[in-house]
Design a protein around this ligand. Structure first.
Ligand code: ADP
Length: 354
């Protein structure tokens, strides 16, 4: 069975065609500059049309959807009710979900009758307890607006945690695992006996770690202060926090950790500072999660920085578990969100055919 996995972003669509259950990649690629000035690819429909010229015999399409709100705890086959529910989550992730939805709608038009499966970044974290996901705000904002911690990168955290269990030859449901997804976007998750119990991203992917261009945890009063003092409007401030902060904002050099590391080695002070802040925040989260898990069996690093930057990993773990009698295994595991989406879609298809 050929499963096409689509990761539809605001101006790009990544795709990967898998032969399942062999998990063989038949083809893959990316269509970029969708809807941008001067681009021939005006919308997602035209982008997908190009992709479908390159792939054939698609039996099912697996879609990455960033935000599933509280409605989706697991992957689902897309029908009209699911589509309505995904639409109702649009406001929760205005930077991501509209593009995901555009990808789904384009596939429905271009591949009529071919089933689609939605896999949500938030689903794995739906096991968080209320005292973990409720913010210290008036409760009515949770009830009326859905303002709570959701957590993201769920597909990646679950995938690498399950792989860790396989590598350690222990059942996933018997392990306490901390997974560090350190890419341009970055988050950490505490997984207890197969369930996400806490995660660093929150209502949006802005909370938690210092990231490539996102600020992570911050006193909200600092934001109001900057807006007042600099007479900055809401939209611009949102942009500063999402696109001009983090490693880029601190270093003034780049959001790319490879460049930051190179400059830090050349004694560039701000590059050094950016790297230190990035690492310190991760250590703080790992410490907190070790405490709430009551010990750790495995610490997993994944994504661009986590997989490739041994220096950063080394400084993160240095002395971190010296107080523990039983030290965790430290693993580096390549994340493969597309494969996980293909696996989930395949399982749902198989169940449907039974
Ligand atoms: P995302 O998918 O969130 O955009 P990635 O997982 O590709 O991000 O990670 C990008 C980050 O990983 C950058 O900071 C980059 O410097 C760092 N990185 C370090 N080594 C590599 C590598 N060999 N390949 C890709 N990214 C790397």
């Amino acid at each position: 069975m050929n499963i096409l996995v689509i990761n539809s972003g605001s101006s790009s669509i990544k795709y990967k065609l898998f032969k399942m259950p062999e998990e063989r990649v038949i083809s893959q690629g990316i269509i970029e500059h969708i809807g941008e000035k001067g681009s021939k690819i005006k919308n997602h429909y035209l982008g997908l049309k190009l992709i479908l010229e390159k792939v054939n015999k698609v039996s099912c399409v697996g879609h990455r959807v960033v935000h599933g709100g509280e409605r989706f705890r697991q992957p689902v086959i897309i029908n009209s009710k699911v589509l309505r529910d995904i639409k109702s989550c649009l406001g929760l992730a205005p930077l991501h979900n509209p593009a995901n939805l555009a990808g789904i709608l384009a596939c429905q038009k271009l591949l009529p009758g071919i089933p689609g499966v939605a896999v949500f970044d938030t689903a794995f974290h739906q096991t968080l307890k209320d005292y973990v996901y409720i913010y210290g705000l008036p409760y009515k904002y949770y009830k009326a607006l859905g303002v709570r911690r959701y957590g993201f990168h769920g597909t990646s955290h679950e995938y690498v945690a399950r792989r860790a269990a396989e590598i350690l030859r222990k059942p996933f449901r018997k392990l306490r695992i901390i997974t560090c997804h350190l890419g341009n976007g970055a988050s950490i998750t505490a997984i207890k006996f197969g369930k996400s119990v806490d995660t660093s991203m929150g209502f949006t992917p802005l909370e938690g770690l210092v990231m490539g261009t996102r600020c992570g945890d911050i006193d909200p009063a600092a934001i109001f202060y900057i807006m007042r003092r600099k007479k900055i409007g809401l939209k611009r401030m949102e942009d500063i926090l999402n696109r001009h902060s983090g490693l880029l904002g601190i270093s003034g050099i780049s959001n790319d950790m490879r460049l930051i590391e190179r400059e830090a080695r050349r004694e560039n002070k701000r590059a050094r500072l950016a790297q230190k802040i990035f690492i310190y925040r991760i250590r703080k989260y790992i410490g907190a999660y070790t405490a709430i898990l009551g010990g750790v069996d495995a610490l997993v690093f994944t994504a661009g920085i986590g997989e490739n930057q041994a220096n950063v990993r080394r400084v993160i773990v240095r002395g971190l578990f010296s107080h523990l009698k039983k030290k965790p295994k430290v693993l580096v595991i390549h994340t493969d969100e597309e494969l996980m989406i293909a696996q989930e879609a395949y399982l749902l298809m198989k169940r449907r055919l039974k």
